[in-house]
Write a protein that binds this ligand. Structure first.
Ligand SMILES: Cc1cc2nc3c(=O)[nH]c(=O)nc-3n(C[C@H](O)[C@H](O)[C@H](O)COP(=O)(O)O)c2cc1C
Length: 170
């Protein structure tokens, strides 16, 4: 799918069909995600690809009861790896770059999923400590949960700020 169509076709979807996502598509999403830029090419993030039903339900609970998360067949969770980025960039790596790396990777995954005819919703509202418990991690920081699957609802286009309001030409 051409880039402009991918961007325009992407809308948050919060209901998923029980249909599995094909392994080739999962692999493609992960391979494209792995091409995301990162500070110093350190890739200061980790991806937890959650497929286990119980863990998906636990994630939905940790995300303040956003039950659609558990409907999605795959739920990648993007976590910053602060120590990895701090190894070269000290506090800027720990506090900023690792989070940016995880965020960019999640954006790539979201657009890759759209390009393959899949839907997703970026989920940022969650109890961080609960998500860490579900993933059994201590030194990583969960940044975004991205349930991916085939849509079970019609997407709708959301509005945006005008460029005049958004862009400050100086
Ligand atoms: C950082 C971030 C956090 C978000 N958190 C949630 C969330 O917890 N639950 C949810 O349903 N949508 C969440 N969203 C999705 C937004 O609500 C959605 O992107 C926005 O309304 C624009 O709609 P669109 O994605 O269809 O263009 C989040 C999006 C971002 C970028």
């Amino acid at each position: 799918m051409e880039f402009e169509r991918v961007v325009k076709n992407r809308h948050s979807i919060r209901a998923f069909q029980p249909k599995e996502v094909e392994e080739e598509k999962i692999k493609k999403i992960l391979e494209l995600t792995n091409l995301a830029p990162s500070a110093g090419n350190l890739q200061g993030y980790e991806i937890f690809l959650v497929k286990d039903e119980k863990k998906k339900i636990a994630l939905a609970d940790a995300a303040l009861g956003q039950d659609f998360i558990a409907e999605a067949p795959i739920v990648p969770v993007f976590c910053a790896n602060p120590a990895r980025s701090a190894s070269r960039y000290a506090s800027r790596g720990r506090d900023l770059y690792s989070i940016q790396d995880a965020t960019i990777a999640c954006s790539f995954a979201m657009l890759a999923a759209t390009s393959l005819g899949l839907s997703s919703c970026w989920v940022g509202a969650f109890d961080e400590e609960e998500v860490k418990r579900v993933l059994d991690i201590k030194h990583l920081k969960p940044v975004a949960i991205l349930p991916i699957g085939y849509p079970a609802e019609k997407p709708y286009a959301t509005g945006r700020r005008s460029l005049k309001d958004l862009v400050h030409e100086i």
